[in-house]
Design a protein. Sequence first.
Length: 655
Amino acid sequence: MNNAPDHPNGNVPPQSPMRPNGPGQQGPGSPMPFNGTLILWLIMGVILVGWLVFAVWQPSLGSSGENISYSYMLAQAKAGNVASVKFNDTQITGTFKQPTQSDLDPKQKQTNFTTYVPNVGNENPVPTLTSEGVKVQGAPPSNGGTGGFLGSLLIQLLPVLLIIGAFWFLMRRGSGAQQGLFSFGQSKARLYTGGKTRTTFADVAGAEEAKVDLEEIVDYLRAPDRYQRLGGKIPHGVLLVGPPGTGKTLLAKAVAGEADVPFFSMSGSEFVEMLVGVGASRVRDLFDKAKKSAPCIIFIDELDAVGRQRGAGLGGGNDEREQTLNQILVEMDGFDSRQAIVVLAATNRPDVLDPALLRPGRFDRRVVVDRPDRPGREAILLVHTREIPLASDVKLDIIARNTPGMVGADLANLCNEAALLAARRNLSKVTMQCFEDALDRITIGAQRPLVMSPQERKITAIHESGHAIVALMTPGGDVVHKVTIVPRGQALGVTQFMPAEDRHNYSKNYLLARIAYGLGGRVAEEVALGDITTGAENDFQNVTNIAREMVTRWGMSSKVGTVFYGSEREVFLGREMSLGQQRDYSESTAAMIDEEVKKIIEERYQYVRNILTANRPLLDKMAEVLLERETIDSNDIKAIMREMGIEQPAGVAVG
């Protein structure tokens, strides 16, 4: 399998990193949210039930035994059958010496009884009871004194207090909801003031050209009067354009940090809501806040989320996103030249932006933040390894050379992976081997514990040796860096190539060399084994894409000519459905393009067959070494060639 470091149509093919779930997403195992309202109502219910028990059943709480008449109690006392009594206001509770039938219910015998002193005259049964030998006890009044009065008052006022509390809570809740409703249209911009971004140009590496373009903005924000005195108008909007991960957001923060001005940061998707008009309201609120804080910076990340070309969908032009875009256009037109407000925006899709955004007076300046070159990558590595203890064998210049096409985010991830590997291996410092293993993990995937049969291992070794030998014998190509038959990612084996230098322009010879060593694996199987496998699928995809772009985009076919047959149009759903999927050329031209693509691949296929047939001993030897060691690098390959007495042809890049 061929692992090329870059792609002819740009430096590297676009990557699709996995994105984690955003905040607020609740999975099946997530805990239920806390419901304060439910807890409050439960507490109020418990209090109310307690009040009912205390208020309604209080008179019966102190009773003991069955009720009897007062006269019956005196008769039993005179008969010597009452053991003891206890007085509580007008209530008397006591016990009989022997179970006695009740005068109210003769069928029931009882030991405990309850009766009441008649409220007639000054009836006092104590002398009678004591004269009969009954033990008499007393109890304090249940409702007398200040405590009893306050208790009774509390019992009476408790329902009223509960109703007032519930009404107050509902009013506060309704007021909060109403306040949230009126704040729905306020912007959610994050504000950094007083240099709180803590980011300066010293923290940004590999984007020297972009920093030079932005220094004028910093100077203007520091001293706006100097420019206004001469009648100059600083650009209202600056658009940062570049591939993902090149540091556009970091540059915007660095501008605010250098100028030491307030920094309003907001993503383009945060403007758009389900309700029409909310996004426009947030735009107005954001710009109003910025005008009060001038001089300042407004930063809109991922501008293409809200700034896409209008009228490109199936619906009309009265949807939420287009209204939000219209409001941004209006607000940027309404800037006072005396207000030092600069709108910075970042996007990696400038081709889909509405033309009204890019006209002078709005985003009239474009700053390209491109992929860093080799010195830029080395500077980025220096920034990301400040807090990482490095071993003496770490060479950042070599790492920068081995990472063509990588952007700042990729290099930061590389440094982090190397540090994690060192920690996993219990090392005190991060070594060069950690960086190399981390780079392999990122570019070709982690090792897989896949059990392969001896025949499959042999096929893989011959396949990868074919890639390497064709690259070694073809002038104008890349350097073979490493060959392995250890399964990584989805590949059973990988041949890594390293460009001798960063390429920004691709020659025809280089593209033909790429096609050649891309076909080396399949041809090696055919030459050495007399059979072919499915392992060359990815190689054929890359080879076909290069050949087709040579014919349709770069005018490298004498038969088709120097005519551009590619398509640069953005696919819009409404437009494509109305106009249909139409090509810019005829069917006969399409057939001619297919013939030329096939011709280029067939010529390269025969070229590769001739090389591998002539170097069959080298192919067998390299496959044998791979089966023994599983991984070989450029030094091992040179040793094998010296042992076989083979020299590389002139013009071949040497690692």
